[in-house]
Write a protein that binds this ligand. Structure first.
Ligand code: GLU
Length: 451
């Protein structure tokens, strides 16, 4: 029987849907990868016969647990916590923790699946995992957040370890939360190990970790533009989000001579035609992170800007776009609008911000389009470097780390070129990232046999 006869994409996806009911985000992430991997499997029988994709799309385990905590009024609150350990073929499970009311098992499974390919692309020895809770940090006092983090770690600690599974931050989990969780881990186990990344510099954290995801997404964008002999000087950028990834992406765009027009949060987006300068970015960082304020307050501070409630910024004409907020924030029609308005490149700072319809629009239009698993890998890459520094018990210099981040992003770009270049010269970055990430994990799995 010819390979293509039994390489049945539709049958595979039906199985994924059947086994994962009510998990649309997970099914979406698997489908996006499977669309590329199936054409690749056609000529690589062993991956197919050994059911490698089927195995990667079945997490090694999903741990779900109750997290009880007491709020400031003495009420007992109950949340659900998870750790999804997707695959550890090439290294310990690695990936962030997300605290947000939208967190479900489906969301964490999609993130852990994506993380597996992303981590492989970095070239560092990290498997894929993700965790978190439906806890909503918004409006909570610092003491409530501390109690929640401690309770969360009181269960999580038994599932993680520096050589087992190394969580980090994600939406709703920053340096402060990592501090609370690291403190609790150390208190329970009595061990000071590199069990979390994104730590404070005083206790084993790495320089440039906070900047790494946003900067990395812009380095990737630079690499894409360079294939067309272009750079960012004078280019306009539309960015969504206003957290760690978005503000650092904005900062790097400004440093490289571009003009940032927008930022957003769940309430809507601000558009500043004068450009969001470094000084304005610094204001946003303080306002969003320290004061936990709304992006709409930007307009009271900087009169050149307008606020549009309840909308995403994709209708604002631009040269480049960076979705840096969350999954499925850029839909098919938004993608069409961007293409219509002459956008040349899209680099995803968030995980799966573009839905499947949008991905198809970008690929059909032959845009320079980098999926999150390639473009936003800088964050986890520097987490990997934090793990190395912890193992060595030393800290590397900022210049060394900056250079390593640039080199890693260039290396990911190269993999995408290798596996994604089409007959007409177009680089399909989605395909390149999917196949490049898959191949490394798959080859390791083949070496292990049926496990
Ligand atoms: N949450 C980040 C991501 O989506 C970083 C994970 C990490 O540093 O482990 O890649």
């Amino acid at each position: 029987m010819a390979v293509s006869d039994h390489v049945d994409f539709n049958g595979f996806m039906e199985g994924v849907k059947r086994r994962n009911p009510y998990q649309p985000e997970f099914v979406q992430a698997v489908q996006e990868v499977a669309e590329d991997i199936y054409s690749f499997l056609d000529t690589n029988e062993e991956y197919h016969s050994q059911q490698i994709l089927r195995r990667i799309a079945e997490p090694d385990r999903v741990v779900s647990f109750r997290v009880c905590w007491e709020d400031d009024n003495g009420n007992v609150r109950v949340q659900r916590g998870w750790r999804v350990q997707n695959n550890n073929a090439i290294g310990p499970y690695k990936g962030g923790l997300r605290f947000h009311p939208s967190v479900t098992e489906s969301v964490l499974k999609f993130l852990a699946f994506e993380q597996t390919f992303k981590n492989a692309l970095t070239g560092l020895p990290m498997g894929g995992g993700k965790g978190g809770s439906n806890f909503n940090p918004k409006g909570k006092s610092v003491r409530e957040i501390q109690r929640f983090c401690q309770s969360f770690m009181t269960e999580l600690y038994r599932h993680i370890g520096a050589d087992v599974d190394v969580p980090a931050g994600d939406i709703g989990v920053g340096g402060r939360e990592i501090g609370f969780m690291f403190g609790q881990y150390k208190r329970i186990t009595g061990q000071f190990t590199g069990v979390l990344t994104g730590k404070g510099l005083e206790y084993g954290g790495s320089l440039i970790r906070p900047e790494a995801t946003g900067y990395g997404a812009v380095y990737f964008l630079m690499n894409m533009l360079a294939t067309k002999g272009q750079d960012l000087v004078g280019k306009t950028a539309v960015i969504s989000g206003s957290g760690n990834v978005a503000t650092h992406a904005a900062e790097k765009i400004v440093q490289l001579g571009g003009k940032v027009l927008t930022l957003s949060d769940s309430g809507g987006f601000i558009h500043d035609p004068d450009g969001i300068s470094q000084e304005k970015i610094d204001w946003v960082k303080t306002h969003k992170t320290h004061r936990r304020g709304r992006i709409e307050d930007y307009c009271a501070e900087f009169k050149s800007a307008t606020f549009t409630a309840g909308k995403t910024p994709w209708g604002v004409p631009c040269d480049v776009a960076l979705p840096c907020a969350t999954q499925n924030e850029l839909l098919g029609d938004d993608a069409k609008e961007l293409v219509k308005n002459g956008c040349k490149a899209v680099s995803e700072g968030a995980n799966m911000p573009t839905d499947l319809a949008g991905v198809h629009v970008f690929r059909d239009a032959k845009l320079l389009y980098a999926p999150g698993k390639a473009a936003n890998a800088g964050g986890v890459a520097v987490s990997g470097l934090e793990m190395s520094q912890n193992s060595e018990r030393r800290s590397w210099k900022e210049e060394e780390l900056q250079q390593m981040l640039k080199d890693i992003m260039a290396g990911i770009h190269k993999s995408c070129e290798t596996y994604g270049r089409q007959g007409d010269g177009y680089i399909d970055y989605v395909k390149g990232a999917n196949i490049g990430g898959f191949k490394k994990v798959a080859d390791a799995m083949l070496a292990f046999g049926v496990v």
